[in-house]
Ligand binder design. Structure first.
Ligand code: NAD
Length: 283
């Protein structure tokens, strides 16, 4: 096994990312020297299309791998030498691994991160009918995870109906049209009323997007609620859901498990996600 690891995160506004701390702390516990650099495209004056230049530079400088975030998860694909099967299906890459042969292979640990967090945090939650609020990047990963682990049916809702329709179309091709549908905003109350669970995948609840993503009156005991926002860990939605008697899952698990799955790809070592969850709660 290698004794050191040089990795980084490419994206816009990555300064506050917790990924360096999560990876470096876990590496420390493995006796592995890990340097996790933040590579912000904004001060570099590089747009989403310029990610290829950075990926090639990192490979030449001896990086072992990279995480990739907004707005480069799709644009990076054309600059890679290969994709894992799931990254190809999702059309999104959040982890790049450089092989000893210099080949750059793209992976996606966002969906597996959500799947593992869900299995751990809501292990026996019913998955007959699930409402997914938000059909952007996080929503696409969550939808892939839920349909992969066996949810019967997903109902997608997004304030931008074109995004909901677009994601529904790709999911229908992948998983079958009977398992996916969309509702316009006015159809949300009836959809939540019928659902076993709700996953929230919009930015609502972050400092820049305060408030609740749906009326609190739609939350009821018996509905489980999973959040993808993890900054803050405790969102207004989670507080309202608990007050209504819902079982809840915060977004920290997805963040930690995507990092843990990337750590395994970068280092070949088995991360201890429980320790990493403790780290996240301390950061
Ligand atoms: P995005 O911009 O790609 O998608 C957000 C979508 O939500 C958009 O389609 C938008 O139209 C929709 N939307 C906004 N407000 C809405 C509302 N009130 N009702 C319905 N739809 C609404 O963003 P993203 O990359 O998917 O990120 C979303 C959130 O997920 C962010 O807070 C991000 O930090 C978080 N995230 C968490 C993890 C994790 O590991 N926990 C991973 C990725 C993203």
């Amino acid at each position: 096994a290698r004794e050191s690891c040089l990795v980084g995160l490419i994206g816009s506004g990555v300064g506050p990312s917790l990924s360096p701390a999560l990876h470096q702390r876990e590496a420390d516990r493995h006796g592995l020297r890990c340097l996790y650099r933040l590579i912000d495209i904004d001060p570099l004056g590089i747009g989403p299309q310029g990610v290829g230049e950075l990926v090639r530079a990192a490979a030449r400088l001896g990086f072992d791998g990279l995480n990739i975030t907004h707005p480069c998860k799709q644009t990076v694909i054309e600059h890679l030498d290969g994709l894992s099967e799931d990254a190809a299906l999702l059309g999104a890459v959040n982890t790049v691994v450089f092989g000893e042969d210099g080949r750059a292979i793209g992976h996606n640990t966002d969906w597996s991160g959500f799947a593992r967090s869900f299995a751990r945090g809501l292990p026996d939650a019913p998955t007959g009918e699930i409402v997914l609020l938000g059909a952007g990047g996080a929503g696409a990963a969550v939808a892939h995870a839920l349909l992969t682990v066996g949810a019967d049916r997903l109902t997608l809702a997004d304030t931008d109906p074109a995004r909901a329709a677009g994601l529904a179309g790709t999911l229908a091709t992948r998983f079958g049209a009977a398992r996916v549908r969309t509702v316009p905003p006015e159809g949300l109350p009836a959809a939540v009323d019928r659902a076993d669970g709700l996953v929230h995948a919009t930015p609502t609840g972050m400092a820049a997007h305060p408030g609740l993503p749906l009326p609190a009156g739609l939350l009821r005991a018996g509905l489980w609620v999973a959040e993808v926002v993890y900054r803050p860990l405790e969102t207004p939605l989670l507080a309202a859901a608990r007050a209504a008697g819902c079982r809840t899952l915060d977004g920290g698990g997805m963040a930690v498990f995507q990092a843990a799955d990337a750590f395994r790809l970068f280092t070949g070592r088995e991360p201890d996600a429980t320790r990493m969850l403790t780290d996240l709660s301390e950061l």
